[in-house]
Design a protein around this ligand. Structure first.
Ligand code: AHR
Length: 654
């Protein structure tokens, strides 16, 4: 009896593995279903996890203008032998309201007194690369103090140096460049004072020369390249909760982030204190990456700019402060002025500033978010003021609305119902959920109102375990669930016009939230499996969807398969995306109904991994990366064996 059971079990297993008949999938190439907007797959940028200062903004000096709450945070006084120097922190008050503090160094002769900056968890420098040092300074009358600048490696050895001699008695910017003789992810910068006298110092800065597009004071090239490789349809900035602030004083105010860098007022980063287990006391926003730079970045990577503005509400998870509606005018004015800054002629106040900063032509702003993750009637009340003023002056600007932090609770239902009645343009849905939720919700948009507001899946990520506290990994399980879910976004491209994974960046030594799309340290960066899912979607967007069906139904979970199909008009190709979310192979036959010839050439790009827990890392950045293969279509049929737990993208020449 036992033997018969074992044989039956063995036969069942053999059939299950090898005997499964090929699944018949029909793709109706001639049936144009829904246009896919150029904005469909985009990116979400927020200064969380050291994404801006210490991340994409290539400045290597932390607290360069001594404006952190603790003025000398990140700096250390240095004394060798008989030093004879000292410093004071001075405050100019209203004479320089945005950047009041500077230091005064009183020095004796020796040159053994200096200050050292630790950088953002060290400074990443590369052998034979140029580094550009600058400082604002003024010398006291008769002062003979010279500056000796030294780049030192983690062992304390000098790997680059330069000198600045005595200068003016008025505040001026001084610059000097030098090469690094070694590569080190944890270098530091010292400024030594030589000669007798007194000198005032501010804005001590060090940038690599090799920034993105070699812009002085620019962005980290490797990180921008990872964004450019996504070919994103839009970039949402500057967040996220950072828009709201813990309180209203801490909100993001775009006007304070444009103009000269030295005049941009620094504030604490709200993620500095958000999570007790990841407290980051040295996290501030210098706004070296401000709204002008965000617009420029969008233009560089071919993405439509999507700014999100504060709507008179601070983060409802924190203080939930509200601006009384009779005091909303400055907030609404900020929104109007931002449109002028982006699109206005150079004769307008804000268009003139854009031109003065180096960009006379407009940035072509078409959409704007009002409020981030707000909820409740207070949001509707405030949004109404914005909508009225913006639509009156700029009727073509599309407005993006919050529908709260969760896609299926009472806060969502209230805003969703109310905003639909108000004929809102675009609703911004957020979901940080389990991989299972993503699989179960692949049909979420199939029944959405086709005539109502469009959907922006503005923040989403499959969280492999609960809260974003570090245990939640960017593993293949989460990425595959997102890939499966995204077939549903694409299938419903007439309703879902935009989508972005969140958050975007995380510094390995300075994160607050996991999972994140791209990980970096001071020198290197890599894309997570989730990054490659995003890349496969945005690099294989197509212009319109076509039906893809199994047994007459959309493919959204039957036999653990999820699929969508689209046509790329520019290359004249059919694109099929299919996720096999079970741990065994599945054979499928795609019947290409409407294909002109009998045979066709096709390519396959796929992602897979044997273990759903697999992640990419600095040591193994390519554990889960796209692989390519040639395939052929014979007699209008494309046969394929989908690997266990895999995501396949086919491009078939039509
Ligand atoms: O992406 C991280 C945070 O998640 C965003 O700042 C916020 O909008 C959401 O709660």
């Amino acid at each position: 009896m036992k033997q018969i059971t074992l044989i039956a079990l063995f036969l069942a297993l053999v059939f299950f593995t090898f005997g499964q008949p090929s699944k018949n999938i029909i793709v109706k190439i001639d049936q144009h279903k829904a246009d896919i907007k150029q904005t469909m797959w985009g990116i979400f940028f927020e200064d969380i996890n050291l994404a801006a200062d210490g991340g994409i903004y290539a400045e290597l000096v932390k607290n360069r203008s001594f404006e952190f709450t603790t003025p000398m945070m990140g700096w250390k006084e240095q004394r060798k032998g008989v030093a004879g120097g000292s410093l004071w922190v001075l405050n100019r008050g209203t004479a320089n309201q945005n950047n009041p503090r500077y230091i005064r160094v009183q020095n004796a002769l020796s040159g053994n007194y200096g200050i050292t900056n630790e950088g953002f968890r060290g400074m990443g420098v590369m052998k034979d690369k140029q580094y550009d040092f600058s400082v604002w300074a003024r010398w006291a009358k008769g002062s003979e103090v010279k500056l000796r600048i030294e780049l030192v490696n983690a062992k304390g050895e000098v790997i680059g140096s330069a000198k600045l001699s005595t200068g003016s008695g008025e505040w001026k910017k001084y610059s000097v460049s030098f090469l690094s003789s070694a590569t080190d992810p944890k270098a530091q910068l010292s400024v030594w004072f030589e000669g007798k006298g007194s000198v005032d110092i501010d804005m001590i800065s060090l940038f690599p020369k090799d920034t993105w597009k070699n812009r002085p004071g620019g962005l980290r090239a490797d990180l921008v390249q990872l964004l450019a490789d996504l070919k994103p349809g839009f970039i949402r900035f500057p967040g996220g909760c950072i828009v709201e602030g813990r309180d209203l004083a801490n909100r993001y105010q775009w006007k304070k982030t444009v103009g000269k860098v030295e005049d941009r007022e620094l504030i604490i980063n709200r993620w500095n204190t958000e999570f007790a287990n990841r407290s980051t006391p040295d996290y501030f926003q210098s706004f070296g990456l401000g709204f002008y730079e965000y617009f420029l970045l969008a233009e560089d990577i071919g993405a439509s700019p999507l700014p999100i503005l504060n709507c008179g509400m601070a983060c409802q998870f924190n203080t939930a402060e509200l601006v009384p509606t009779d005091q909303l005018d400055p907030y609404v004015q900020d929104a109007l002025d931002l449109i002028e800054f982006a699109n206005g002629s150079t004769q307008t106040k804000w268009g003139r500033l854009r031109a003065a900063m180096g960009h006379p032509s407009p940035f072509n702003l078409k959409m704007m978010g009002v409020g981030n993750e707000q909820w409740g009637p207070q949001y509707i009340e405030r949004f109404t003021y914005f909508a009225k003023a913006i639509k009156q002056k700029y009727p073509s600007i599309q407005l993006i609305n919050s529908v709260g932090p969760n896609p299926d609770d009472d806060r969502f239902r209230f805003l969703n119902d109310t905003l639909r009645k108000m004929n809102a343009d675009i609703l911004d849905e957020h979901y940080y959920k389990s991989p299972e939720w993503f699989l179960q919700n692949a049909k979420r948009y199939d029944d959405y109102d086709r005539k109502g507001p469009k959907i922006f899946a503005g923040e989403y990520a499959a969280h492999s375990v609960g809260i974003p506290n570090g245990k939640t990994k960017n593993n293949w399980r989460s990425a595959l669930a997102e890939a499966a879910f995204m077939t549903g976004l694409e299938r419903n491209a007439d309703v879902v016009n935009m989508a972005s994974y969140a958050p975007l960046f995380a510094h390995i030594d300075g994160w607050q939230w996991t999972p994140d799309l791209i990980w970096f340290d001071n020198l290197q960066s890599y894309g997570s499996p989730n990054y490659y899912v995003q890349k496969l979607y945005s690099n294989n967007r197509g212009n319109y969807t076509v039906p893809i069906e199994m047994n007459g139904n959309v493919i959204a979970g039957q036999d653990s398969l999820y699929a969508s199909a689209s046509v790329d008009k520019t290359t004249n190709e059919l694109i099929i995306k299919i996720a096999n979310t079970i741990g065994r192979e599945q054979s499928v036959s795609f019947n290409l109904d409407g294909l002109k010839g009998m045979d066709a050439k096709a390519t396959l790009t796929y992602l897979r991994s044997d273990d759903l827990n697999d992640v990419n890392s600095f040591e193994k950045p390519t554990t889960v990366v796209p692989m390519n293969k040639e395939v052929i279509v014979k007699n209008k049929i494309l046969n394929a064996t989908l690997l266990p737990n895999s995501f396949f993208v086919f491009r078939i020449k039509l």
